[in-house]
Design a binder for this molecule. Structure first.
Ligand code: E4P
Length: 259
């Protein structure tokens, strides 16, 4: 299992030394801090003025600048990939998602960072998956996120997506609410969902990488040890590190048994 840090926090990455890292707007805001954010807002507002940009264009420019400026720092710290998210407001617009992804790749290129260090993170809507198909054909690798079902996973595989991030914790959250009870890791509907996607992919020889995401506990992470990659918050990585070897022990694709 390749360990990925689900954070934009530079200090945490220095300490935890993950192979890759994944970001989203919430994580980036935390990582930039008030000073960093103020600087980026000033830059983007100036840019908006020169472009006669709309309010939406300026907001979008702030988000992009934040993602790429923190992302560029992160590429210096991890040997692998940094996932950078396309504005979620574009999740139902294939053409706009494609254009935004190309812009992000260009912005990284301007900072001397090649596309093979980046994964463009896109929501697994139908429109998002179609955008990923086009981007993958151009050599831009994508991470399809907000993925909750085998159906979405199979559509991503058909589109030739590089990596999917099936969610665990959000499925658990909803089942807890709906059923009014807690679940142990073996009965956890989020864990079961990722295991079934993993099993289907491997049995069909699908090359798309499976990266479990959205964890609520170390027990959920351990239950998915053996998955291709797992993206884990610094807090849970610290907790797992106290019990070193828990992930390594189960690092075989057979670890899930029959799913
Ligand atoms: C990962 O790529 C996701 O952004 C993250 O794991 C989402 O987790 P959440 O369900 O805690 O928001």
């Amino acid at each position: 299992t390749v360990v990925v840090a689900d954070t934009g926090d530079i200090d945490a990455i220095r300490k935890l030394k993950p192979v890759d890292c994944t970001t989203n707007p919430t994580l980036l805001l935390k990582a930039a801090g008030m000073e960093g954010l103020a600087h980026i807002v000033r830059e983007a507002v100036t840019w908006g003025g020169t472009q006669n940009g709309s309010r939406e264009a300026v907001i979008s420019a702030v988000a992009d600048r934040l993602a790429v400026s923190v992302g560029a720092e992160l590429t210096k710290l991890v040997p692998g990939r940094v996932s950078t998210e396309v504005d979620a407001n574009l999740s139902f617009d294939t053409a706009a998602t494609i254009e935004k992804a190309r812009e992000i790749i260009r912005a990284y290129k301007d900072r001397g960072i090649e596309r093979d260090r980046i994964l463009i993170k896109i929501a697994s809507t139908w429109e998002g998956i179609q955008a990923a198909k086009v981007l993958q054909a151009e050599g831009i690798d994508c991470n399809l996120t907000l993925l909750f079902s085998l159906a979405q996973a199979m559509a991503c595989a058909e589109a030739g997506v590089f990596l999917i991030s099936p969610f665990v914790g959000r499925i658990l959250d909803w089942h807890k609410k709906a059923e009014g009870k807690d679940f142990g890791p073996e009965e956890d509907p989020g864990v079961i969902s990722v295991r079934s996607i993993y099993a289907a992919y491997k049995s069909k020889g699908i090359k798309t990488i499976v990266m479990g995401a959205s964890f609520r506990s170390a027990a959920e992470v351990e239950a998915l040890a053996g998955c291709d990659r797992l993206t884990i918050s610094p807090a849970l990585l610290e907790e797992l590190d106290k019990d070193q070897g828990k992930l390594e022990r189960k690092m075989s694709p057979d670890a899930y048994g029959t799913v």
